[in-house]
Design a protein around this ligand. Structure first.
Ligand code: NAD
Length: 379
């Protein structure tokens, strides 16, 4: 009985989430083994944009939950970055290590193309630029491909730049200066984004604590610190939460701001690229109570999104970098609004996005093929 009730509740909550979405597409191609779901949360701001993730989901419900959550997240991220796109996402059900084939991605490209410009997609966890080169043979709605194919290339470069500008804005609010010299930053994760952030902070005269399970990345940042005459102290995985520093910079994975870690934190601010840093939204309130300023992740890490969105204007590097630098002013506005309304910074960011979507709803209806942007030069 309890189990039945539980499953009824789960079904209900998936149904609620489905009804928040504009469109759901289940893709099935027995010839290539493709099983995918495309979720379009909203096209209020423009055609939906969001990556395609490949994971060995155990059940269809698990895949559905993931794609619904992620596409809603993209709607907020696009609204926050002020790009003319709505929120969407796709998931392919399968093991990226063993199940991928070029034919599968061509089939996926055909499903994307069938949406007639309502959904643009590219890489995410478990998928690569190579996969989307195959998909782009079937669809004009593929982004995040290499420069040689007309794309913008490595999106971690603008993402890292966005984190740096998020750190500058936060430094300004917390310490009264944008200057990084003499400040201490704890960086969790020295991957594509974290390494670039660490390097730029070292170049600006900051001190670092760094942590990564990849020893090569740790050795490389220490070498870079030596070249620059600065220090990057290596700390263990657990120490990242308790070490005394000015700012914690999470660049590895989500959920790291939770009951357990907030207790330990001895920093003035949290600013990083990792997606979904708050385990629950209430942890934004716990940070506020501890007077730790939290930079909403989807505002700070929007540089990559800004780049893939720009591909549809005919990619221009300077335009991408300039728009990414404006993360500085967006973040200051969120901090100002949070202070004014005595709410958390994540609540302020969410409100800003919801207002942008509401305002646009009053101006036009949902996106249709007829409204396809004139600037889409690939058509
Ligand atoms: P990545 O996979 O290149 O780097 C992640 C790093 O974290 C790796 O070096 C990994 O070894 C390290 N790591 C894993 N477990 C760890 C642990 N327990 N402790 C310390 N380090 C650990 O990923 P990335 O592209 O640099 O992205 C980092 C984060 O930023 C992710 O959450 C990603 O979703 C988010 N993000 C990235 C982009 C982008 O453009 N790449 C854009 C938006 C958001």
């Amino acid at each position: 009985m309890n189990l039945m009730k539980q499953s009824e509740q789960n079904t209900e909550s998936i149904m609620d989430k489905m009804h928040e979405h504009e469109q759901l597409v289940f893709c099935n191609d027995p010839a290539t083994g493709l099983k995918a779901i495309i979720a379009i949360h909203s096209t209020t701001l423009g055609p939906a944009l969001g990556g395609c993730r490949m994971r060995p989901y155990r059940t269809m419900d698990e895949a559905l939950e993931d794609v619904l959550r992620l596409s809603k997240g993209m709607a907020y991220k696009c609204a926050a970055a002020d790009v003319d796109f709505g929120g969407g996402k796709a998931v392919i059900i399968g093991d990226p290590l063993t199940d991928k084939t070029p034919a599968m991605f061509r089939a996926f490209g055909q499903f994307v193309e069938s949406l007639n410009g309502r959904f643009y997609t590219g890489t995410d966890m478990g998928t690569s630029m190579d996969d989307f080169i195959h998909a782009s043979k079937e669809s004009n709605c593929i982004v995040g491909i290499p420069e040689s194919f007309g794309g913008g290339g490595d999106s971690s470069i603008p993402t890292a730049l966005g984190v740096i500008y998020g750190l500058k804005a936060t430094n300004k609010v917390v310490f009264g200066t944008e200057d990084f010299s003499g400040k201490t930053f704890t960086i969790q994760g020295l991957g594509k984004v974290g390494f670039k952030v660490a390097e730029q902070l070292l170049e600006a005269g900051a001190d670092l604590y760094v942590s990564d399970i990849n020893e090569e990345a740790v050795a490389a940042i220490q070498e870079r610190a030596k070249q620059l005459g600065s220090i990057a102290r290596v700390i263990s995985g657990n120490e990242v939460y308790s070490v005394v520093a000015d700012v914690f910079v999470p660049c590895a994975f989500g959920g790291i701001i939770n009951d357990e870690t907030i207790e330990q934190l001895k920093v003035k601010a949290v600013v990083g690229s990792a997606n979904n840093q708050l385990f629950l939204e209430k942890h934004g309130e716990s940070l506020k109570q501890k007077e730790i300023l939290y930079a909403p992740d989807y505002i700070v890490n929007a540089g990559g999104l800004i780049q893939v969105a720009d591909e549809l204007y005919g990619y221009n590097k300077e335009r991408v970098l300039s728009k990414t630098r404006s993360i500085y002013t967006s973040l200051l506005e969120v901090y100002r609004q949070a202070e004014l309304d005595d709410i958390t910074t994540i609540q302020a960011a969410n409100r800003l996005c919801e207002k942008r979507m509401e305002d646009r709803k009053r101006q036009n209806s949902f996106f249709t093929h007829a409204k396809r942007p004139k600037w889409d030069i690939r058509k």
